[in-house]
Write a protein that binds this ligand. Sequence first.
Ligand code: ARG
Length: 586
Amino acid sequence: MLLERYLESLGSKAIAEALDLDGPRPALIRPTQDAKFGDFQINGAMPLAKELRKPPRELAQPIAEALAGIDAIEKAEVAGPGFVNIHLAPAWIGAKLTDALRDTERDGVPAVADVSKIVIDFSSPNIAKQMHVGHLRSTIIGDAIARILSFMGHEVIRDNHIGDWGTQFGLLIVGMREWGDETALQSDPIKELERVYKLASERAGKDDDFAGRARAELAKLQSGDQRNLELWKHFVEVSRGSLDALYAELDVSFDLWLGESAYHDALPGIVDDLLERGIAREDDGAVCVFWGEIDGAPKSLRKQKTPFIIRKKDGAFLYSTTDIATVQHRKRQLHADRALYVVDNRQSLHFQQLFAVMSLLDADMQLEHIGFGTVLGKDGKPLRTRDASGEVITLASLLQEAKDRARQRIDEGISEGRLRVQPEEIDEVSRQVGIGAVKYADLRQNRLSDYQFDWDKMISFQGNAGPYLQYAYARCASIFAKGGLDMDAISGSATITLDTRAEQTLGKHLLRFADVVYQAGATSQPHLICEHLYELARAFNGFYAECPVLDADGPTRESRLGLTALTARQIRRGLGLVGIGVVDRM
Ligand code: ARG
């Protein structure tokens, strides 16, 4: 159940009734700052004071009285200049949690009524270059957002807009001829392509003849030369193989892989169209959008001196041109309502300009840049993806290190008696813990801020870390195992009642889940789910320290098992929504 939405509707009805108004008014419900004032406050009396010419406190009084009669509300009282503080009724919370407990399909989270078709453009690395940490962030954050939105009931299309077209291919074609090693290309394609690309671009910098040959090969490729197309395809295919392995490790999938090359044929038409409509103009042979000259340009761009270039002087199209074509494809062919671009903050100017062009073209699509900050190393500087000897640290090796470190921690935990993992389960548990830790460290942050990559904090069974939450889940599961009970059976039979304070605190956390999921989806902020889960795990600890579960009797035992099951399921569901797995035993 969406709690705040429900209370808002109760509140606004109560306001209309109590004040004898012709229709409902917003209740302006907010969580209270401090639990001692209750759970929520209604601020809706304040703005009515002027209209009704009465002091807000006087208006708040009858509202509080109208609310006090409702079964969800235990107590409603006027506070401050004219708020109404409300305390939820434990019996009502218990009933709602029992509903959520029965709802094994959705854990009490309703599906949206208004379904949108949403393209999520994420990961999107460039062929022939190592994926960098920014691409890892995009992959992790984009996947989480896709999972959240599709669980809410939206129609989500995951699109990997890879950089598989452009100047690097001219260099690669001549470079491979000169220095290429087909065996290396098969065994570690991205590494080999990057090696050759580097040699070729260095050479092109000092050797005009070489640079000219690369440009000629690129032109041949772009005009459809069979041989070059085959070489290009080969490069893309081998790279695709190693990308697939990485995505499998991360448990990330895509519906589409429409890279830049997919839009190649549409580019000349786009430039013509923009010229015709007077959005772009020629300047010294190039075609550009000059923001200062455009009437409908957004304010933020009007002072933008450097134009948005859509065709270079030499006739080459750019990243910008492809992106315009991509939006049109998503609108016309995919019939999408929205597109989310999960890309590094550093590209924010690009997206501002792209979205402005699209609105000049009346694209009629909601376009959003879902930016994110930089990953920092221990020294506080952007994380280097090269080790001391200058070798690149690939993402694959980073994930391997995560698993190795997780295994080390797990081995320690086993020998100290803290963890119970069977020998045959160690591989799988290390994988879930290691990969989960890397993902969680990223997702627990507000995506807009930079964060520090710290192995020790990341792979920790204490504090706000992935393994801590996976452990919290396993602990709940172990209560059932210890009692010889089945979590699903309890979910079908238990009735939750909240008698003690610790049960009420836990119950109130559990009740907020649907709101948190919706808010995370609406704002593309997966960290809200992480925050909720961390608080939930702590509330569960408080409950478990005070309330015997297996040793309780009768309906109390059933209810506490129900709370435990719902906590476990919410942690599992919540972690699942951000792409992190759990294990039953740890
Ligand atoms: N390939 C780009 C890069 O690595 C990211 C692409 C993002 N998506 C887009 N439609 N521009 O920087």
